[in-house]
Structures are given as structure tokens and as C-alpha cells.
Design a protein around this ligand. Structure first.
Ligand SMILES: [Fe+2]
Ligand SMILES: [Fe+2]
Length: 326
């Protein structure tokens, strides 16, 4: 087993073609610092082995940052976003993104989601974090979270993780879809960065009409900010724009009904509300336990979310609460 302190880059297994000579060492990731070398530089990939990894639900192999330049392919693509070699930089300005990613474990624990549940989707989250870190434009935008303090960043990471878990629970196993959802979760509230921080410190119920109107612009603002980058897939843009729509047509900004809402945005919307109810925030000091939050969404809020997504959340939380009680 190799221990490495070097930063590693995920290579989607789908990018590896049977019989190709790999110009880099390839590793399987066991944990944040533990990697197992499975293929030496210069060896040929084998179809059987590649499909064994797929069977084990491994979507990525990893290679050290420093040898990434040896890959003959110009780009790797995660979540439909190409990460070019020229964009990789060793300077770790974005270290805080990794720190935030690590805090996901802690948060999930707090809101009662077991590590095993997260385990299924961990690689997807890690690859998305690597994407954000390595893509200049996206990471620059993401780094603006810093000035908003910890909460918004942690919230975004938690929504991302819960969204991917929900999608997985609904049997959406397509890697690209899961990666997009992961990125959509991380970026869903990016529009808040263009509004005064103080606005979000106030509980919504105490906002004036004008403040509420301003608050509701964050979905549109986020959509515009991300569209302006020109590199993020349309699905991700839709998740940002539609994450406050709800199935009964009472969301914002467009009051879309369920059939008109992007399927991935429905997942983000539910994960967002679940995280809002279960995590402490400047405007929400007393969060609910996860099981209560799920019931609250139904009994008090009238279950305004997509039914299939809600059922998946119900199963996920119930399953975990049964486990932790036993
Ligand atoms: Fe939002
Ligand atoms: Fe949010």
C-alpha cells in the first residue's frame, strides 16, 4: 500500500481504453491518503480488469499530479467539463475547497447520515472537488465563497453530497449524471455571492418584502454567473436556476410545475431544504434531527417536492435511523 502526500488527479475509468498503454502509474484510492498502485507506467490496460473495477463501482483511477502531464489525451472530462493540462497548477490556493470537502463527513455525521451511505458516492464527490480545484474559472468563482464565511461553503458541500446520495438511492447510477449533480449542488447558491451577506443572516420570515424580492434573485443571478463562464454544462445551469422551484408551482423564480422542472434540479431542491432544516445556520440556530425534518417537510410544508425524490430521502433517512438505533 502506498501512502502519498502528493496531490492526486482522478482519471475517469471510462476514459481508459482497452489495450492502451498507460503513460502514468495508476492507483486505486482507498482513503484520502491511501492509494494502491494497480498499474505501472507503460503497462497495457486490460478489458477484464477495467470491468472488474466497474463492477466494484469504481469510476475513477488516480494518478499523481506531477505525472499527469504525461497523459497523451489533452483533457480529462468530469461532469462534462474539460480539465485541460494547462489549467492544472500546483499552487494550492484552493486548499480550502478540500478542507470543506473533508468537513462533509463531519456534517453528514451530525445530520445522521452514515458513512456507509456516503461511501457509495464518495468517489464522485472527490472527483468533483478535484474538478473545482483544477479548473481555473470554476475554482475562482468557488473561492469567492471564502468571503461569505464558512456556512455557505459547508452548506454547498452538504447539498452536493446529499443530492448525489439521493440520486443514487433513486438508482441514477450514470456517472456523468452523478458528477453533474455533485457540481450543481456545490454551485447551486453561487448567486448569493453577488448579494450582501447580511441578507442571509436574517430568517426569511423576518425579511421585508424588498429583502425577500432581493433574496429570490439569487437563483437567477447564479444562473447568469455560471452561464457567463461558458464551460459548465446546461444541466448544471438548470440546477442553479431551478433549485427553488417546487412541484406545486409555488417556487421561484418562475413558479414552474413539476413536469417543467429539470429532473436534477428537483433533487437539489429537496437536498437543499433538507440541509436547511438539519444544519445550523446564522439564521437557523436550532436545526431539526433528520427524521423530524423529513416528517416536517411532509406534515408542515405539505410535501411540495418531487414525490420520487422525497421517497428516496425518506428511505435514506429511515434506513440510517434504523441502523443507528440498533
Ligand atoms: Fe438557494
Ligand atoms: Fe441552498
Amino acid at each position: 500500500m502506498d501512502k502519498t502526500k502528493e496531490k492526486m488527479i482522478p482519471i475517469p475509468i471510462d476514459d481508459l481504453i482497452n489495450g492502451m498503454t498507460t503513460p502514468v502509474d495508476l492507483y486505486v484510492r482507498l482513503s484520502e491518503t491511501k492509494y494502491v498502485l494497480i498499474s505501472k507506467e507503460g503497462s497495457k490496460t486490460q478489458k477484464d480488469r477495467l470491468s472488474t473495477y466497474k463492477d466494484k463501482k469504481l469510476d475513477y483511477l488516480w494518478t499523481p499530479y506531477s505525472s499527469y502531464y504525461k497523459l497523451t489525451r489533452q483533457n480529462i472530462a468530469i461532469a462534462g467539463v474539460a480539465v485541460g493540462k494547462s489549467q492544472l497548477n500546483q499552487d494550492l490556493k484552493t486548499k480550502f475547497i478540500a478542507t470543506a470537502a473533508n468537513s462533509v463527513y463531519e456534517q453528514l455525521d451530525q445530520i445522521g447520515i452514515s458513512k456507509e451511505t456516503y461511501e457509495n458516492v464518495r468517489q464522485i464527490s472527490e472527483a468533483t472537488v478535484a474538478l473545482v480545484q483544477n479548473h481555473k474559472e470554476i475554482s475562482q468563482m468557488f473561492m469567492a465563497f471564502e468571503k461569505y464565511g464558512n456556512h455557505l461553503l459547508k452548506h454547498s458541500m452538504a447539498v452536493s453530497a446529499i443530492s448525489v446520495m439521493l440520486a443514487y438511492e433513486m438508482d441514477w447510477k450514470n456517472k456523468l449524471t452523478l458528477e453533474k449533480i455533485s457540481l450543481g449542488g456545490m454551485l447551486h447558491d453561487i448567486g448569493k455571492l453577488s448579494l450582501p451577506k447580511t441578507l442571509f443572516e436574517k430568517p426569511k420570515a423576518l425579511m421585508s418584502f424588498e429583502e425577500l424580492q432581493l433574496y429570490e434573485t439569487h437563483a437567477f443571478r447564479g444562473m447568469e454567473m455560471i452561464t457567463s463562464l461558458g464551460v459548465v454544462p446546461d444541466d448544471v445551469v438548470s440546477m442553479i436556476y431551478e433549485h427553488h422551484e417546487n412541484s406545486i408551482g409555488q417556487g421561484f423564480p418562475r413558479r414552474l410545475r413539476d413536469v417543467k422542472i429539470h429532473p436534477m434540479a428537483k433533487v437539489i431542491a429537496l437536498a437543499d431544504e433538507f440541509c436547511n432544516l438539519t444544519m445550523k445556520a446564522p439564521n437557523f440556530p436550532n436545526p431539526l434531527p433528520p427524521t423530524e425534518a423529513v416528517i416536517y417537510m411532509d406534515k408542515v410544508m405539505g410535501q411540495p417536492f418531487n414525490k420520487e425524490c422525497y421517497r428516496a430521502l425518506y428511505r435514506m433517512i429511515l434506513k440510517d435511523s434504523i441502523k443507528s438505533a440498533s
